[in-house]
Ligand binder design. Structure first.
Ligand code: NI
Length: 206
């Protein structure tokens, strides 16, 4: 799993024209353009999407798996989690770590395994069939593909952008019409920022 940087701020960046690394060559061969997080210790806005936008996080138990994994990474590998939201088929979060790229990759692979285990144990056959069907043929190390490949990552290079993205994250469930106010959505850090108790602790951007 690579980290894809798609933001406007990267466009036209001269470093993108640098000689292709082995990794880039492989990506080009596969017809994808991919960029690695170039400043892996800085805060980034990240988006992970379930394969084919399948609605998996409609059950509290599945969202729990994500929350527990963030909790573990905060407590054990120094993840700074500034904000997050879980929607039924994708998540957004703003995070920082010494090696954020590795951190996100392990988040994705660990949660994918746990979520597949959950779906199997609960015989959610239709979802599993789609996740099995969507698996890329070249991925012989697994039976299912859970997350879409790559992770949308944007460097939070300014205070203003950080504020804007936190607000964007917290307003996601409102924009979708699920709730009237950001802090009415349990599965985001909106409550933490409103001075209420959130489902997990975060690292509020002061
Ligand atoms: Ni969204």
């Amino acid at each position: 799993m690579n980290i894809t940087i798609v933001p406007t701020l990267r466009r036209g960046n001269a470093s993108l024209d640098a000689p292709a690394s082995a990794n880039n060559k492989r990506s080009n061969k596969m017809g994808r353009s991919r960029y690695i997080i170039t400043e892996p210790n800085k805060p980034h806005f990240l988006t992970c999407t379930v394969l084919e936008w399948l609605p998996v996080f409609t059950r509290p138990e599945t969202a729990e798996i994500l929350l527990n994994t963030w909790r573990y990474q905060r407590e054990n590998i120094g993840l700074l989690l500034y904000g997050y939201v879980i929607l039924e088929n994708h998540i957004h979060f703003i995070a920082q770590a010494e090696q954020l790229d590795k951190c996100v990759n392990s988040f994705k692979s660990y949660t994918a395994r746990q979520l597949i285990d959950y779906l199997e144990a609960n015989h959610v056959e239709r979802l599993l069939a789609r996740l099995r069907f969507g698996k890329k043929a070249h991925k012989t190390d697994r039976e299912y593909q859970f997350w879409q490949e790559g992770t949308h990552a944007e460097l939070m290079f300014s205070e203003a952008l950080m504020r804007e993205k936190l607000d964007y994250i917290h307003r996601n469930p409102v924009k979708r019409g699920y709730v009237d106010e950001p802090e009415h959505w349990r599965y985001s850090s909106a409550r933490n920022y409103a001075g209420k108790l959130g489902l997990i602790e975060i690292d509020p951007w002061a």
